[in-house]
Design a protein around this ligand. Structure first.
Ligand code: ZN
Length: 246
């Protein structure tokens, strides 16, 4: 839990905390004029995995925001174009999966700026958002990525699709606090040592199939699933407050 979030559970204190930290805020939700959630996928693109996620999104008529790693984009540039061609939004997860809080301010600014330019060059359009790996962020790294021209986007709900648990457990955690305008964290891949990520235990998960099950869960509850860009285009507004820690 990011620092300060304990206050969120206390009604008046939570509102005060969110309002007072907006100037140093990260995007954590949107105000939604309808029953929709913002679905996000991190750590891709990965051939054999992201394609399945794209197929499930297309079947459901849903859009999503993909926070990509440049280490992955360089290995699968065609897949990046497929994401865009299918009408989804692409944003930056990072040049790689190193925790920003372990780097100097200069390194964060230079690396983020270079990755943003490289991604924009490949996309032919501007990139607005960054999701720092692990959601790891300090006031110093927040300032650095803002200085590099990007806005941090975190999340309010998770799918636990990086944990070796059952699909019913994943769906239960994803749906347990469902609310309009929620930003949902999912993965079309999982970063590994080649991306500079922490060591992890591998487990089998067909992410295309899981995306289909997740989308069915939202559909059953009357929710539309959209990218952050589409949420704003539909009249949603960004909700930002502090996210520091981890
Ligand atoms: Zn990640």
């Amino acid at each position: 839990m990011p620092r300060g979030d304990a206050l969120d559970s206390v009604p008046v204190m939570g509102a005060l905390w969110r309002a007072s930290t907006r100037p140093v805020g990260s995007v954590r939700a949107v105000t939604s004029p309808d029953r929709s959630v913002v679905l996000t996928f991190d750590d891709g693109p990965l051939p054999g995995s992201t394609d399945g996620v794209l197929a499930s999104l297309a079947d459901a008529g849903a859009s999503a925001t993909f926070f990509v790693l440049m280490t992955r984009v360089r290995k699968a540039p065609g897949l990046l174009q497929e994401i865009i061609s299918a009408g989804h939004e692409v944003a930056l997860h990072g040049p790689d999966h190193v925790r920003l809080t372990t780097l100097t301010t200069r390194q964060v600014v230079d690396r983020t700026r270079a990755a943003k330019l490289e991604l924009e060059d490949r996309l032919g359009r501007p990139v607005r958002w960054i999701r720092p790996p692990y959601g790891s962020q300090s006031l110093r790294t927040w300032s650095a990525v803002r200085g590099a021209g990007l806005v941090p986007v975190m999340w309010g709900a998770t799918t636990w699709d990086w944990k070796d648990i059952t699909t019913p457990q994943r769906l239960e955690v994803a749906m347990s606090h469902l609310s309009p305008g929620q930003i949902v964290l999912a993965h079309d891949a999982i970063a590994d040592a080649e991306d500079g990520a922490d060591p992890r235990v591998d487990f089998p998960l067909d992410r295309g199939v899981f995306a289909k099950q997740l989308l069915a869960g939202y559909h059953d509850r009357g929710y539309t699933v959209v990218s952050l860009a589409d949420a704003l285009a539909r009249g949603g507004r960004l909700r930002s407050w502090a996210w520091f820690g981890r």
